[in-house]
Design a protein. Structure first.
Lengths: 149, 149
DNA sequence: ACCGTTTACTTGTTGCGTCAACCAAACGTA
DNA sequence: TACGTTTGGTTGACGCAACAAGTAAACGGT
């Protein structure tokens, strides 16, 4: 790799070494939520239907089903979501936000957005934001197609 | 957040959700190494001295000392590194690559580089690589300065 | 010389994610 | 209807990382 390439690569590794940890810390400290738990709650909140199938939720959050199942178990124990058997397909189960879950989420959003702004969005120019969106889209496309994945 | 901002942000989150996992899988499959183990071995290999203090190694790899200690314990058990008490400072211990460790590392490098190329570097234009290097540098600078870190 | 503090690591515990195994319901086919 | 397969989801065991506590040596003041 030449200098240009390794600069980009090393920079990227540094970011995904540090940024997720920073986001997790902030959410954990301010709301007692993991970043992934936050994503799960947000996805449920933003869903057009009030409930979502576990499989759909797993796909939307880019998680494996076992992982989602564990996390939902914890979230349910904390009263933030509910799970109930799906009436149409008795294999399936539907997850939905409880009132507490909705409140918890709404409470945690502003701090998270602020952190995202502070660490990334506000630090970049509009041109850089466009470039970043394009670059990340390219990489995720590669990841999706990659046979080793 | 407007569309431009959220596109960049969501893209970034998707990447650091998927990319580290993909790298770990590739290394694990082809060399039986964690990405972090690979980083540890590389750091030792690239070090000007043949040995490194645990603290220095922890700093270089952006890891906590406990984490490094555990990982070095495993690597030592597998014969890839050695640890010996530091003669100058009897509190300290020095880590160094063994012959096996060096061989294992050299064996695993090409596949890792190839993966980095395939998933990221080769997918981007030279302009995008420059932009990415600049963007990541900006973000890591923010992260370093951030009080919540 | 003595005592508290800081530095350098290690060790034990807890929590999360993955993988593999499992169960149950639905589907397809004969 | 009966049987094999696929789909949907949960559970348990194992590995890795974070956190906290512990040990041991060096340092710094008195």
């Amino acid at each position: 790799m030449n200098d240009q390439e390794s600069a980009a690569w090393l920079g990227l590794t540094a970011v995904f070494q540090l940024l997720p940890a920073a986001l997790d810390r902030q959410l954990q400290r301010d709301s007692g939520l993991t970043h992934f738990e936050f994503v799960v709650l947000s996805t449920l909140q933003l869903s057009p239907e009030p409930t979502m199938r576990m499989t759909a939720l797993a796909e939307a959050t880019v998680a494996t089903l076992p992982r989602l199942s564990h996390v939902c178990g914890r979230l349910e124990k904390r009263g933030l979501i509910e799970r109930s058997p799906c009436p149409e397909d008795r294999r399936a189960t539907n997850a939905s936000l409880t009132g507490d879950g909705r409140r918890e989420l709404i409470h945690s959003v502003p701090g998270h957005i602020a952190t995202a702004r502070r660490l990334v969005v506000d630090a970049l120019t509009p041109e850089q934001l466009d470039a970043l969106a394009e670059i990340t889209a390219t990489i995720t496309a590669r990841l999706a197609k990659d046979p080793t994945t």
